[in-house]
Design a protein around this ligand. Structure first.
Ligand code: C2O
Length: 344
């Protein structure tokens, strides 16, 4: 059977997975009497998520205005900035148990739920931001860390006056520091760029002998946490979290720790590119010996999550409804994929 949506009224104490200590923050969302099964609305106009290094001043202004408004919502509004950040904590730090499985934790990382969970998370986050500025076409930016032109923190995020700024980041890794997807510690920028491209080739193409190598291992009702991450989750995805997390903080906050990662607006920009990698892998990559890139197992397709939508309505979503980003109403700005040529 598939993983069921969590029971919000049973949400409990979360754990700092970096230290094993209980967290003294409550990351449980408000509860609601009414849960609606979410239906994707018809798409009238495709939202195009832009590369974060290429956005216009107008875009940056709008994006900051939206985040600022999110920060000003009442604390108990499920769409507010901290409530949105806490979604990550609740789903990733053991606050939820798997329904019907005793005290077995629910964990959306390190399994085939990784891409679908984060896709839905960003989907509603983006709709909330759009609603707050009255712009239904607003699209989140993606951090294009797979292209040499995007291999630094996007400049708009390092303006200390911006709403999308966060001071809990590794100060040694602000621009012009080059992202180190392989966590090599190498300081030669040219070598790091080449290594990043090789890593991208490997995790997008070479490392994947079957669909689970990319998507992550099966995770069903009753499966213990962390059955195994896919190549992209384990590689570039973790690499960026570690690159941004602040070593001055007790445990890698914000980006370097599950419970706090969503407090940095850069998190959603990072995950927009992770999401883009999934879409590229599904629809754009040259055939790479994978007979089929779809998982048809009903335990995958029917796995469910709960989110609050842009109207603060609690909705239940399923994996099968998030497999096609175009059906969800968004696409990505087209950017070259130089790693396609980095066959080791
Ligand atoms: Cu839910 Cu990048 O982690």
């Amino acid at each position: 059977t598939p993983i069921q949506a969590p029971e919000l009224d049973k949400c409990g104490v979360a754990t700092n997975l970096n230290t094993g200590q209980q967290l003294d923050i409550n990351c449980c969302p408000p509860t609601s009497q009414q849960i609606i099964d979410y239906r994707l609305p018809p798409v009238f106009q495709m939202k195009i998520r832009p590369s974060a290094h290429r956005v216009s001043p107008e875009y940056i202004f709008k994006y900051n205005m939206a985040i600022d408004r999110m920060k000003r919502l009442p604390k108990d509004d499920p769409r507010s900035f901290m409530q949105q950040a806490n979604i990550h904590c609740a789903y990733c730090n053991g606050a939820y148990d798997q329904p019907g499985q005793g005290t077995l934790d629910l964990q959306v990382h390190n399994s085939w739920l990784f891409f679908p969970f984060h896709r839905w998370y960003l989907y509603f986050y983006e709709r909330i931001l759009g609603k707050l500025i009255g712009d239904p076409t607003f699209a989140l930016p993606f951090w294009n860390w797979d292209n040499p032109k995007g291999m630094t923190m996007p400049p708009m995020f390092v303006d200390p006056k911006a709403a999308i700024y966060d001071d809990k980041r590794n100060q040694a890794n602000l621009p012009p520091a080059v992202v180190d997807l392989g966590m090599t510690g190498n300081k030669d920028p040219l070598q790091v760029v080449a290594n990043n491209l090789t890593i991208m080739y490997s995790e997008m193409i070479r490392a994947n002998a079957n669909v689970y190598d990319f998507m992550g291992q099966p995770y069903r009702a009753g499966t213990p946490v962390n059955p195994g991450p896919g190549s992209s989750e384990r590689g570039s995805h973790v690499g960026i979290h570690v690159f941004v997390g602040d070593p001055r903080q007790p445990s890698g906050e914000d980006m370097g720790n599950f419970y706090s990662a969503g407090r940095d607006p850069l998190f959603y920009c990072h995950h927009a590119n992770v999401d883009r990698m999934w879409s590229l892998w599904q629809y754009f990559l040259p055939s790479n010996k994978l007979p089929d890139k779809r998982i048809t197992d009903p335990d995958f397709l029917n796995a469910a999550f709960l989110f609050y939508d842009e109207n603060a309505q609690l909705v239940r979503v399923t994996v099968k409804d998030c497999l096609d980003n175009l059906r969800m109403g968004y696409d990505f700005e087209r950017i070259d994929l130089p790693w396609l040529d980095y066959r080791p």
